[in-house]
Design a protein around this ligand. Structure first.
Ligand code: MF3
Ligand code: CO
Length: 260
């Protein structure tokens, strides 16, 4: 069952998305060599709570963080820990915030200090693929049009697309129908309609597409341990121009000329 949001619900989705975005903007101020991922998690949690939100991942099926932490070869669902970020790392911070009964979901993968040029290219390509996917998300088109746009963009540039994890519908629950894969054929899957809210989230690997799940039951890594990048926006379908509910503008402001 795919829920189409009413105008009032879309306003609530906007507010939840904006708090999600502002929280990642706050996290962005702190990402640098020497900080632990646990500290980033605490900063996010406090910011969400101070602004009347609820960290949706914290406690979800036992997940121990506000943020999912994705260092280097971690694809998704890493735990905050005492790991100290090092110069040259990349770190994804994936955040879901509930505000007034509705959820926003967003992820940004940050470079830590000076990052290898090839890895920077993985980051910029993955972020660009997110916007290619969003550009395909027009009312009347299908989920497969988003999937295909992401896949084509990344594979043409020599990267691979994780198969096991997908984007998703979002609203009162952080995961709703439909699934939004990052690979697939154009013209297949559910039709996109005005008022549908979905999270588009390419997870893109430098090496092969294969993944492993750690002993903790959560931490998803690339099997070849090469880097993986992850960017995510929550969007609302609206004619030919989807509304991005989780702007990266706050991150841009925080990063200044380090934003690429
Ligand atoms: N943004 C992640 C997703 O779309 C959120 C996972 S929260 C967790 O699946 F609790 F499952 F880790
Ligand atoms: Co998501």
């Amino acid at each position: 069952m795919i829920y189409l949001k009413t105008a009032e619900e879309i306003e609530k989705m906007r507010a939840a998305g904006d708090l999600t975005a502002r929280t990642l903007g706050e996290v962005a101020r702190w990402v640098k060599p020497g900080i632990t991922t646990r500290k980033l998690d605490a900063i996010a949690r406090e910011f969400v709570l101070d602004n009347g939100g609820r960290p949706s991942c914290l406690g979800y099926q036992g997940f121990p963080g506000t943020l999912c932490i994705e260092v280097n070869e971690v694809v998704v669902h890493g735990f905050p820990s005492d790991y100290v970020l090092e110069d040259g790392d990349i770190v994804g911070t994936d955040l879901v915030v509930e505000l007034d009964g509705y959820n926003g979901d967003s992820c940004y993968t940050f470079p830590v200090g000076e990052v290898d040029e090839a890895v920077m290219k993985l980051l910029t390509t993955t972020k660009e693929s997110l916007y290619k996917g969003i550009a395909a998300a027009c009312a009347g088109k299908r989920v497969g049009d988003i999937s295909n746009a992401v896949q084509t963009y990344c594979e043409r540039r020599g990267y691979s697309v994780v198969r096991e994890m997908c984007g998703h519908g979002i609203g009162k629950s952080m995961h709703e129908s439909p699934e939004v894969p990052n690979f697939g054929r154009r013209g297949i899957g559910p039709v996109l309609r005005d008022g549908m809210c979905i999270a588009v989230e390419p997870m893109i690997n430098m090496g092969s597409k294969n993944i492993t799940i750690g002993n903790d039951g959560w931490t998803c890594r690339t099997r070849d341990r090469k880097p993986s990048a992850h960017f995510e926006h929550t969007i609302c379908i609206s004619g030919d121009e989807p509304i991005i509910l989780t702007s990266f503008e706050y991150i841009k402001e925080a990063m200044g000329d380090r934003f690429v």
